[in-house]
Ligand binder design. Structure first.
Ligand SMILES: *[C@@H]1O[C@H](CO)[C@@H](O)[C@H](O)[C@H]1NC(C)=O
Ligand SMILES: *[C@@H]1O[C@H](CO)[C@@H](O)[C@H](O)[C@H]1NC(C)=O
Length: 344
């Protein structure tokens, strides 16, 4: 019955779809800002009403896979977390003492939804595109900081926490998340100075640094414990290796327009490099979530004792400060960008 209900909603939404302008087969007439090298077709027309872009969720176009990938990831992460909380019982108590953990899947869901919205709605107009991608940059920074926070609390060892590295970890993560957000915003704000490959490089640099920093407590812990001691540790190592390999392949595809440069036009709908890198990156993030959830379910009892309520509260305050500063940065940069453009 539920499925029938869902299907009927789907049909109501999808019914007007044939009336929508179909994705432009040729891509001719599409503004250069929207063009990507070696992707020749599948572009949606620019400047249609909002409704058309919302409904293009059910159409096949060059960004379909990219829109559905974060949506499905967010759905998966939210469901997994909900099931976990329900099975453990006592939502409120668990949430209260372990905010530092829960902020992280929330950040991930926020990032996924903002990314999906940006990819779905951006052809509407240039200012809309700008705002959506600035929001997405802020979301990315937020997700990075949330992840660093959760990893430093739930996946680290006591030795690491007391080391210099452990002390500097959160401030460094905050700086990197701010840098990520700023670099992403600048790439969007100055498209004439920054073509697509530069924009991708700008996105990749801070993101890779943040990834390296974020996984350092896990790497240290796995390095210092005997690997053959239990299957649990082995599973953890596998998860870790998987994350790193997925991230590296995603970075490769983000920086090189393979495979579409080999055969322009053939990978327009499925298989171009931007799409592959997004899928791989999402899988890497989901794998990281799984490992963190496992750590959380085994080690959370010891965490409050080890860090004390005060530290956890301070960490949350840091998260709130980052949450407020990232959108503020995006807004300020947006103003500067618009001023720079209008004086030129
Ligand atoms: C897909 O089309 C949109 C416009 O509809 C464009 O902005 C975007 O860059 C295209 N994506 C790729 C990978 O070509
Ligand atoms: C769509 O393609 C046609 C050519 O087939 C072109 O004349 C038109 O300007 C294109 N529209 C957009 C918005 O890309």
């Amino acid at each position: 019955k539920e499925i029938l209900h869902l299907l009927s909603i789907f049909f109501v939404l999808a019914a007007p779809a044939p009336a929508l302008a179909p994705p432009n087969r040729t891509g001719r007439g599409c503004p250069p800002l929207y063009r990507e090298a070696f992707v020749l077709s599948g572009y949606r027309p620019v400047g249609l009403p909002w409704r058309c872009y919302v409904l293009s969720l059910f159409q096949i176009h060059n960004d379909s896979v990219k829109v559905w990938c974060p949506l499905l990831a967010a759905l998966y992460v939210a469901t997994r977390l909900l099931l976990f909380v329900v099975l453990q019982g006592g939502v409120s108590i668990v949430f209260y003492t372990h905010k530092t953990y829960y902020l992280q899947p929330l950040g991930m869901c926020f990032l996924s939804l903002s990314l999906a919205a940006a990819l779905l709605l951006h052809p509407r107009s240039e200012p809309v595109r700008l705002s959506l991608f600035l929001l997405d940059s802020a979301g990315r920074g937020l997700h990075q900081f949330g992840r660093a926070l959760a990893l430093s609390v739930y996946s680290s060892d006591a030795d690491w926490t007391d080391s210099i590295m452990g002390q500097l970890y959160l401030p460094a993560a905050a700086v990197l998340s701010w840098l990520s957000c700023t670099a992403g915003c600048c790439g969007e704000l100055f498209p004439r100075h920054c073509d697509l490959s530069h924009r991708r490089l700008l996105q990749m640099g801070p993101m890779s640094l943040a990834f390296l920093l974020d996984i350092s407590p896990v790497a240290q812990r796995l390095y210092s414990c005997p690997w053959s001691s239990s299957t649990a540790v082995l599973l953890h190592v596998l998860h870790f290796v998987l994350q790193v390999v997925l991230f590296l392949t995603a970075a490769f595809f983000l920086l090189c327009p393979v495979p579409e440069c080999l055969s322009p036009g053939r990978f327009d709908i499925a298989g171009h490099s931007g799409q592959l890198s997004l899928v791989l990156l999402t899988l890497s993030t989901v794998s990281q979530q799984e490992a963190l959830l496992r750590d959380f379910s085994w080690r959370r009892a010891g965490v409050v004792r080890r860090f004390g309520e005060e530290y956890l509260l301070k960490a949350c305050a840091g998260f709130i400060a980052v949450t407020l500063s990232l959108p503020a940065t995006a807004l300020v940069l947006r103003r500067c960008g618009i001023l720079a453009r209008s004086t030129r």
